[in-house]
Design a binder for this molecule. Sequence first.
Ligand code: ATP
Ligand code: MG
Length: 459
Amino acid sequence: MTMNLGCERIVNVNIEVPEHVARVARELEARGHRAYVVGGAVRDSLLGRTPKDWDICTSATPDEVEDIFRGNAVSTGKRYGTITVLSGRNAVEVTTFRRDGTYSDGRRPDVVVFSSDVRDDLARRDFTVNAMAYDVGRKAVIDCYNGLSDLEAQVIRTVGDPRARFQEDALRMLRAIRLGAELGFAVAPETLVAIETNHGLIRRISWERIRDEFSAMIASPGAGDAVRLTERTRLLEHILPELEACVTVPAGGPCAGTVFEHSLKVTDIIEPALHLRLAALLHDIGKPATMARDSSGAVRFFGHDKVGATLARQALERLRYPGELVRRVALLIERHMFAYDPATKDKGIRRIVAALGMDAIRDLVKLREADRTALGAGPGPGSNMAAFLARVEDVMAKGPALSVRDLAVSGHDVIRVLGVPEGPEVGKALARLLDAVLENPELNSREKLLQLLRQMKSR
Ligand code: ATP
Ligand code: MG
């Protein structure tokens, strides 16, 4: 399967390659091999963006690479041709030119064949803008698939027939939309049509690989448009059916659109931290299941926050997100209808902080404000979240105890005074003391708490 097509185009350009990368390329060339910078680094450099990582591809076999860089070579993915070379204080991945064999499972090549021709390596890459190689010594880009003109036109297009390329590896469908969202590029019409035609193939891909592309997509500047594209091409049905279900649900209230459109708006507005973006995207997924009409005929979604938190937990676990992230996002969704009543007493504020923690409170404020902004309410006056935060800071400035660790007595004191053994009884007693201290911070002295313990014993 040689796919050289003789379509080589060499264009002189200058890319600033970091010295630790250039050194590795020079060393390979000095030993009679070819070596190029490839993939994302070439694309990002040409766009004036800072590359995340610099990869080199070479005609040298993995054994030859190991031999050339002996003490500094780590065989990280040798089966696939990748050797990590330590260069100064940095690491560079050096991969032998590859030609992928047939793909019978829609995920990965059945065999990987090493090649001595860079054009084979470019032919197997996903998109034209990712399929350029930079010759460091000659300061020239090898561009067989019009990657340069697609960069110029800001288009994501597969190398070769999109249907065939998606049938080889279905993850590329999601990668196309993700990369478009990150770069602010459009997905080429024929590439988009091929995604729509082949959307069901995404079922062959592991949740972990889907998750990584999905996370990058929603944390990017084009998040909302990208998720809309996954919906239009039907990838979303598989990835997040819970969100897909929001497409036909009216947002209700002052908002004319759908729950789905509103969720995308909130996602675009909130800052691009993954947990906040996930919370924004999923905050209303409890609405389809709770939709009802009240006596006046208006739509209502009673309990959608609780239902939404449960659905979000299930969806994020299915996508194999880490437990801590799932917990954080579900908590934000569960509390997203939170309202601040300025008449709340200090003890009420202390209880909220004790229950949620300061990080979650700050996140909740961000979610509330993004939600309001998306509804056209605007932040600032009218929203009392700023007043809420100021109030929390005010109460916190007094240094109140918020957890059993902040109490003036310890578990040992409890054991001694109550005469109970180590175990759950101790935790329960400390929780009661904390409850009393949240109610009245003045009780948090050793003397007063010991007295409280003695009273608990005599009762
Ligand atoms: P990023 O900046 O997100 O790292 P990248 O282009 O470097 O972007 P990687 O996932 O690191 O993306 O992949 C490196 C290169 O490997 C890509 O530029 C592309 O040429 C190729 N590649 C990655 N995944 C695939 C795939 N599924 N099919 C074909 N080629 C791929
Ligand atoms: Mg990369």
